[in-house]
Design a protein around this ligand. Structure first.
Ligand code: ASP
Length: 337
């Protein structure tokens, strides 16, 4: 059993602009949910993983409370996780067969269904921000590798030297890992590092957004792209149904288009928790893949569910922070005033 909720509303956006907005429309209570990847996180990483998702959720909620959009909030939350070497995204991402990082990310706006993604970028500190630039400043949805780096330069996102994003820890893991031939599926129940990050949010204007960012899987083939930047697989957001960010075995997630499958179940009348459980169960049965997802609905209900051993997640709403790591966890803290 994992977490989900229907919590009472309290405290919305607090600036003047929102006050004006309230004259014309009903304000929603903003909510953000983040995850730090579904896999068998070793005990040595649990504290850092929980601290990372809690911090990201708090940053995202501050953005929402200041009256900015769900899109702004998921970008800020995911950037925070990309900076944190405890996670497999941005700085500290896992390394491919050649010992390099190759990063994928997606962001999606539930209001317009606009989406932006990047894949196989090696020299961008915040792939989620580049994905947003692809969404907002091009006619395309995804740019890859050198095209993405070239585009970054044109929008003021300066590429960094490739090794800047490689941590000593990941280099050591890679050296160690190279000696073993472990299948991709076993990876998700092993304690070799891989933990994609993601966020979904509802803002006080009633808009939803999602973002997901990853270094993919340890020792992957050069050029391997997983589910994360694929619209409908690693994430999807639609104001009419909900927003989802996925994590887990990318090749399985793509086969069942997990993010859209969850929303499909919600369209059929299932609540977010049931829809996510049914979709993860289907992925397990149909293609033997494990993973997890976070979901938010237009009314602010949320779910954080997984079929792997662990998945760090956190939800910030009102004055409360909820979080967990193991199946069944649901801890609550008051946010600092
Ligand atoms: N889904 C990611 C990928 O396959 C990995 C993960 O979520 O841990 O690239």
């Amino acid at each position: 059993m994992n977490a989900s909720s229907q919590l009472p509303a309290s405290g919305y956006c607090r600036n003047g602009i929102v006050g004006v907005y309230w004259l014309f429309s009903t304000a929603m209570e903003p909510v953000i949910v983040v995850h730090g990847g579904a896999w068998a996180i070793p005990d040595s990483l649990t504290e850092a993983s929980i601290a990372g998702v809690k911090a990201a959720a708090q940053k995202g909620l501050s953005v929402l409370k200041s009256g900015l959009s769900a899109l702004d909030a998921v970008e800020v939350a995911v950037r925070s996780l990309e900076d944190d070497p405890a996670f497999d995204a941005g700085y500290g991402a896992v390394l491919n067969m050649d010992g390099e990082v190759e990063l994928d990310a997606i962001i999606m706006d539930g209001k317009t269904l606009a989406a932006g993604a990047v894949s196989s970028v090696r020299n961008i500190t915040h792939p989620v921000t580049l994905a947003r630039a692809v969404m907002e400043k091009t006619d395309h949805i995804m740019l890859t590798d050198r095209g993405a780096s070239r585009f970054a330069d044109t929008v003021g996102i300066t590429p960094v030297p490739i090794n800047t994003l490689v941590t000593e820890n990941e280099r050591r893991e890679w050296e160690h890992y190279k000696k073993y031939a472990v299948g991709v599926k076993e990876l998700f129940n092993s304690q070799w590092g891989h933990d994609t990050v993601g966020a979904v949010a509802l803002d006080c204007y009633g808009n939803l957004a999602c973002a997901t960012s990853t270094g993919g899987i340890q020792n992957k083939m050069v050029g391997r792209v997983g589910d994360t930047p694929i619209i409908g697989s690693g994430g999807y957001a639609d104001n009419q149904n909900g927003a989802v960010s996925c994590t887990g075995h990318g090749e399985s997630i793509m086969k069942v288009t997990l993010a859209r499958l969850i929303l499909f179940h919600m369209e059929q009348g299932n609540v977010s928790r049931e829809a996510t459980d049914a979709s993860l169960a289907y992925m397990g049965e149909r293609v033997q893949g494990g993973g997890g997802a976070i979901v938010i609905t237009p009314s602010g209900d949320w779910a954080a569910r997984f079929t792997t051993k662990r998945m760090p997640w956190a939800v910030a709403r009102g004055e409360s922070l909820f979080y967990g790591l193991n199946p069944g966890d649901m801890f609550e803290e008051q946010l600092p005033k």
